[in-house]
Design a protein around this ligand. Sequence first.
Ligand SMILES: [Mn+2]
Length: 314
Amino acid sequence: MYRLILHHWDTDGICSAALLYDEECINVTPKIGNYFLEEEEIEWITSNFEEVWIVDLALHENSLKKIVEKVKVRVFDHHLTKKIEGVSYINPIMEGDDEEKWPSASWVVGEHIGIKNLLSYLGVVGDWEERIKRTRFYPTLERFMEENNLSFEELHEMVYLIDANYKMGDKKEVEEAVKNLWRAEDKASFIMNNEKWRRRKEKIEEEIKKAIEGEEERIGNIIIKRMNCPYNIISTVARKLWDGNGYVIVINDGYFRENCQVYVRGNTAGELIDIAVGRGYVAGGKKNVMGAIVPKDECEEFIEKILEVIKNGG
Ligand SMILES: [Mn+2]
């Protein structure tokens, strides 16, 4: 019986999964963009596996509950999530420890299995990017870069090469990346010399540039950007447009057929997440970020609602 590794599609998720992978495992990611499992995914998992390791994935509690009813579940993570009974957690953040000590799932996994290699560090750079330089973790990363003759820019480039796969919505390649990174003797050169990933990265950079330079609407300190792009780049576009003040609202019609992606970055997003969830959307986020998947015919009404909330102080 194989063990299933269910992991996030970004660099941290891929690297964490690759650290845990061996030939007794099968690894999958949810449909890219879904922080929950669809009925047939739950059915497939519970009827084919006795044990599931969930890695770097803040999975919706309903999905988690449905799996733990039938199979043994272990979660390796650094997200702050609600504890579900029966699940075994390897997550120091949930125990109240400091995020600068545990900056990624790959670091949690690395510590757990006693391996600190390029993969453990790439997860950190993926999740924090430049911001890692202002944390207490940075000296540890600097030591690794010195010892391995790697620059921060090179690590950052590797992250963008790996992430190009989920941004293109290629679930299969995300899953293959775990096995390829596990197998690769020289992991740095495998990533840097991967021509397929490099072409994708360049294509995505072009699309992001197009979106940033495209038309936008401004209302006071709110930027509203509408795009029609088949790639999952909405969060990157929002991050690049946000100057640390005010709000950015990005709407993408092009990723899902029936739904829009709506993404808000601003001072506070908590209330917006509650509103989106209250309207029945798949939505989530953090302190400054709200992402939601909204039926196309409800999108404009939802944007109006967002504007109303922001204008009233967020
Ligand atoms: Mn992570």
